[in-house]
Design a protein around this ligand. Structure first.
Ligand code: DGL
Length: 269
C-alpha cells in the first residue's frame, strides 16, 4: 500500500518569534514539509493599527497558502492570532492553529494567585486577551504588561547583537509585583519572540517565577490535527521566506541552520 505523503505545515509570524513554536511542532511531526513565513517587511506587528494588521495578515497568509498549498497553518504570533484568527478561518478552508496567551494554564498553576501576562502592547490591549482573563483567571490577580521593545531585542539576539541587560530588565520589571503578601509567581510569555530570550529573562528576573511558553501545547494541537508521524525523520529541510526579500545575516543563517532550515528563500511582498 502506498504510504501517505507527509503533510505540508506552514508557520507564520511577523518575524523570527515563531521559531519557538516551530521547534516544538517539528518534534511532534518531524516528517512534515515545513514552510516558515516571516513577515519581516512589516515587523513589528505590535505597533500596527488593528484594521491595517488584519488586512496585512490576510494578504500575506493568503499569498503563502496559494503558493505552498499547506495542509495546516500555524499562526505562530499572538499579536496576529488575537486579532485575525476568526477572519483567517472565515476566508480560507485550510485548518488554522493559533497562538494565544496561555492564561488558563498559568492561572491554574499559580500558587500565589498573582500572574503577569507579558506580550506586545497590542496583544495585552486586545479584547480577546481580556476575555481570556474574565473566563480563566480562577481567582488570580492578572497584570497585563505590554512591552514595546522585547520582540526587537529577541530578533537582535538571533542576529548576534544582544541587547543590554538593563534594557531587558526594564521591559520585564513591571511583571514583578509584591503586594498584599502576594508575589507574582507566574509570567505568561504572550509573544512568541520572548522564549528566544528565556535564559536572559531567568537571569534578569528579580525573583524566580514560572515562565509559561505555549509552544508545547500548540505542538500537541498540531499532532491532534495532523496525526502521528509516518517517519521519525525530516522529509526535507524546512524552508524560510522573508517577505522583505532581505538576505539573512551570517549570524542568523547559522541560527536558522541550527533549527533545521536549508538555504533561505526570500521574496519581496
Ligand atoms: N511574535 C509576535 C507575537 O507573538 C509579535 C512580535 C511583533 O511583531 O510585535 O505577538
Amino acid at each position: 500500500m502506498p504510504s501517505k505523503a507527509p503533510p505540508t505545515i506552514l508557520l507564520f509570524d511577523s518575524g523570527l518569534g515563531g521559531l519557538t513554536v516551530f521547534r516544538e511542532v517539528v518534534k511532534a511531526r518531524p516528517d512534515a514539509r515545513y514552510i516558515y513565513v516571516a513577515d519581516d517587511a512589516a515587523f513589528p506587528y505590535g505597533g500596527i493599527a488593528e484594521a491595517a494588521l488584519i488586512e496585512r495578515v490576510l494578504a500575506v497568509v493568503g499569498q503563502a497558502i496559494a503558493e505552498h498549498k499547506p495542509d495546516l497553518v500555524v499562526v505562530a504570533c499572538n499579536t496576529a492570532s488575537t486579532l485575525a484568527l476568526a477572519q483567517l478561518r472565515a476566508r480560507f478552508t485550510v485548518p488554522f492553529v493559533g497562538t494565544v496567551p496561555a492564561i488558563k494554564p498559568a492561572c491554574a498553576a499559580s500558587r500565589s494567585k498573582r500572574v503577569a501576562v507579558l506580550g506586545t502592547q497590542a496583544t495585552v490591549a486586545r479584547e480577546y486577551t481580556k476575555s481570556l482573563i474574565r473566563e480563566f483567571a480562577q481567582g488570580c490577580e492578572v497584570a497585563l504588561i505590554g512591552s514595546a521593545r522585547l520582540a526587537t531585542f529577541a530578533e537582535a539576539e538571533l542576529h548576534g547583537e544582544p541587547a543590554a541587560d538593563a534594557a531587558i530588565a526594564g521591559e520585564i520589571a513591571p511583571c514583578f509585583v509584591d503586594q498584599g503578601g502576594k508575589c507574582t509567581d507566574t509570567v505568561v510569555l504572550a509573544c512568541t519572540h520572548y522564549p528566544l530570550l528565556i535564559e536572559r529573562l531567568r537571569k534578569l528576573a528579580p525573583w524566580p517565577v514560572d515562565w509559561i511558553d505555549p509552544a508545547p501545547a500548540i505542538a500537541r494541537r498540531v499532532a491532534e490535527l495532523a496525526g502521528p508521524p509516518a517517519s521519525p525523520h525530516q522529509s526535507e529541510p524546512a524552508q524560510i521566506v522573508f517577505t522583505s526579500g532581505r538576505a539573512p545575516s551570517p549570524a542568523l543563517k547559522a541560527a536558522l541552520a541550527g533549527y533545521g532550515f536549508g538555504e533561505g528563500s526570500s521574496r519581496a511582498n
